[in-house]
Design a protein around this ligand. Structure first.
Ligand code: PLP
Length: 390
């Protein structure tokens, strides 16, 4: 069925006989009672058994996991307390000291920080791809390479890697591909259909979509890998809370509608920014002339809601602009219904030194706009007045 249908019809469990609630019940319980010691012992086996303890599984959380796994064309999923919980849960479950990770050059700052920390404290080396060819991946592979880490739409530069080509190169070398799909969402791209082994999301962003809940999820192409990783993530304990899972499910139902509006608004904003004299460059993957344009047209079914631009006046211009907008809110997150603006060099990417910032394509004048679902003309009027005053 189409994703618009699947987003509304949550994969829920049967609820008694006769009638049942249309909304997934919030099972706000940390533990589950049993009638016999044997039944409790039997339930301890794995991710599909009876519910025992919410860190190991919960009906509301499982409804979210099954629904997102379905939307992402995966076999199974694990929900987490945040996107970083999902990412670090995967890295800590899959890697050991001495391992090597290949990653795309431009990544969300938090991912970059966790990779740097793993290198310093646990001897897991991260190396960044110079370009986007299969040859780059194959040339950098080592016997200890365990993971290829990519973002479908890189935060904040909007770079789109050629997923089928890069995941195939990793597979030829026996290496797992992990793709952060937070900025595309399964509406615009399902990386498992392009060869990814694991997809992670900050569900805080488009999946939940209303700036009211933190969450993360990891979706697995293969049920066997899900089972192996599940046991470790249960021990790490960054589990999703049932109420957070419920809020995320509530947001998911409108994800396809919201994504359509985010994309069409972003197109208007990107095109007009590109013509404004105060703007040196605009990064939106579906904008003709963008370096990722050709790849984005094959891998994504829309350009996404994040538009990044470089202002001619550098850091001062960037900071001044984000303080002058009135409708758009100055805030760190993205993917919510309201338009949010931020300055990555001083916020999400502040852990990167100037060399790493330059390599990732983030400048002092870079401004990130998470275009919301308001009316495009109202948004442009706000952005234009803030630019004209610069
Ligand atoms: N991945 C991407 C691409 C992000 O943009 C973010 C947050 O901005 C994260 C992961 C981390 O998500 P969370 O803030 O839910 O931990």
């Amino acid at each position: 069925m189409d994703i618009r249908t699947r987003a509304v019809h949550v994969v829920n469990e049967p609820f008694g006989e006769g009638s049942w609630p249309l909304s997934v019940p919030i099972v706000q319980s940390s533990a589950f009672g049993f009638g016999s010691a044997g039944a409790l012992a039997d339930a301890m086996g794995g991710p599909d058994g009876q519910y025992v303890y919410t860190r190991r599984g919960n009906p509301t959380v499982r409804a979210l996991e099954r629904t997102v796994a379905g939307l992402e064309s995966g076999a199974a999923a694990i929900a987490f307390a945040s996107g970083m919980g999902a990412l670090s849960g995967m890295l800590l479950s899959l890697l050991k000291p001495g391992d090597h990770v290949l990653a795309q050059r431009c990544l969300y700052g938090g991912t970059y920080s966790v990779l740097s920390d793993l290198a310093r404290r646990f001897g897991v080396e991260a190396e960044y791809l110079p370009g986007g060819d299969a040859a780059d991946v194959e040339a950098l592979m080592r016997p200890k390479t365990r993971l290829l880490l990519l973002e479908t739409i890189a935060n904040p530069t909007g770079q789109v890697p050629d997923l089928p080509v890069l995941t195939a190169a990793a597979r030829r070398c026996g290496v797992l591909s992990l793709v952060d799909n937070s900025l595309a969402s399964p509406v615009l791209c399902r990386p498992i259909e392009h060869g990814a082994d694991i997809v992670v999301h900050s569900t805080t962003k488009y999946l939940a979509g209303h700036s009211d809940v933190l969450g993360g999820v990891a979706v697995f192409a293969d049920g066997g890998l899900h089972r192996r990783v599940w046991g470790r993530t249960v021990e790490l304990g960054a589990t999703a809370d049932p109420f957070a899972a419920w809020l995320t499910l509530r947001g998911l139902a409108t994800l396809p509608l919201r994504m359509r509006q985010h994309c069409s608004n972003a197109e208007v904003i990107a095109e007009r920014l590109a013509r404004h004299p105060a703007v040196r460059a605009v990064h939106w993957p579906w904008l003709p002339g963008n370096p990722s344009y050709a790849t984005a047209r094959t891998v994504l079914s829309g350009g996404g809601g994040m538009v990044t631009c470089e202002l001619t006046g550098g850091r001062a211009a960037g900071r001044g602009f984000i303080e002058r907008v009135r409708l758009a809110r100055l805030a760190l997150s993205l993917g919510g219904v309201e338009t949010l603006i931020s300055h990555p060099a001083s916020t999400s990417h502040r852990e990167l030194d100037s060399q790493a910032l330059a390599a990732a394509g983030v400048g002092e004048g870079t401004v990130r706009i998470s275009v919301g679902i308001e009316h495009a003309e109202d948004l442009w009027a706000d952005i234009e007045q803030a630019l004209d005053a610069s």
